[in-house]
Design a protein around this ligand. Structure first.
Ligand code: FPP
Length: 244
């Protein structure tokens, strides 16, 4: 019997370990974020070549505001540098940019640049490069629940009409349609936590952890994780035909 290989449509990555990478090199933490940004470019192109449809990258969480002011300012400027440099390559490769998060809380310059990146790539039909930026999953779910509450209060919905589909439709990933839930989540740097990232969407995702820090995570590493994923046995809570 030929084993069916899993299709990897949506890959999510928690890009962790930039600070440790920099410290190991005797450099300031922000040097790790800079190298991390360069790696986003390499891994995006590799993901595209692997036929992935959506690549979700956790770039800034709602909790990251608590970092030192200078580091936050550096991180807020990364999208500016990234899109300045990488936009021609994104266009050449038909990549569509999406930024999910509480964008109206971003500094003006960051807000403008991410809106522009989304607008400029809106007609592209290839890989969706989805940055989570000022994103937190509990807050995302809370917002969805509040919206549903309002629909009930205003008589547009009854509580027995609340379904999983209805909740998924109100999350920031709704636009990715059948690819809205990641098939695989990779976290780098050896930490094994979800850290408030896509809690609802990850319900049936496969999880994988790399001991490498994000700037050191290569295209070859990605290929290995994808190949391992393709051979995993996914059951989505069900039994197989062969189980009795
Ligand atoms: C976690 O490493 C990483 C971040 C908080 C920032 C991730 C951002 C990038 C990789 C660049 C994003 C690029 C764009 C275009 C927005 P850490 O600082 O927590 O590392 P540590 O755990 O070793 O301290």
């Amino acid at each position: 019997m030929v084993e069916k290989r899993n299709q990897l449509n949506h890959l999510a990555i928690i890009m962790d370990g930039n600070g440790r990478w920099a410290t190991k090199q005797g450099k300031p933490r922000v040097a790790g974020h800079y190298e991390g940004m360069n790696n986003v470019e390499r891994i995006t192109l590799a993901a595209d070549q692997l036929g992935i449809k959506v690549l979700s990258l956790y770039a800034f969480s709602t909790e990251n505001w608590a970092r030192p002011k200078e580091e936050v300012a550096y991180l807020m400027n990364l999208p500016v540098r990234f899109f300045d440099h990488f936009m021609p390559t994104l266009m050449e490769n038909n990549v569509k940019v999406n930024i999910m998060g509480y964008l109206d809380e971003l500094p003006h310059k960051t807000y403008d640049v991410v809106q522009r990146a989304m607008a400029e790539t809106a007609q592209n039909t290839g890989l969706i490069l989805n940055f989570a930026f000022n994103y937190g999953s509990r807050r995302e779910i809370t917002t969805a629940v509040k919206e549903i509450g309002t629909l009930i209060e205003t008589g547009q919905l009854t509580s027995d009409q609340i379904t999983e589909e209805l909740i998924s439709d109100r999350l920031m990933t709704a636009g990715f349609k059948e690819f809205r839930d990641p098939d695989l989540l990779i976290r780098t740097s050896g930490e094994q936590r979800i850290s408030n990232f896509m809690l609802w969407q990850l319900a049936y995702s496969e999880l994988a952890f790399s001991s490498k820090n994000w700037p050191d995570f290569t295209k070859e590493d990605l290929q290995e994780f994808v190949s391992d994923f393709q051979n995993r046995h996914r059951r989505f809570g069900k039994l197989d035909e062969t189980d009795s």
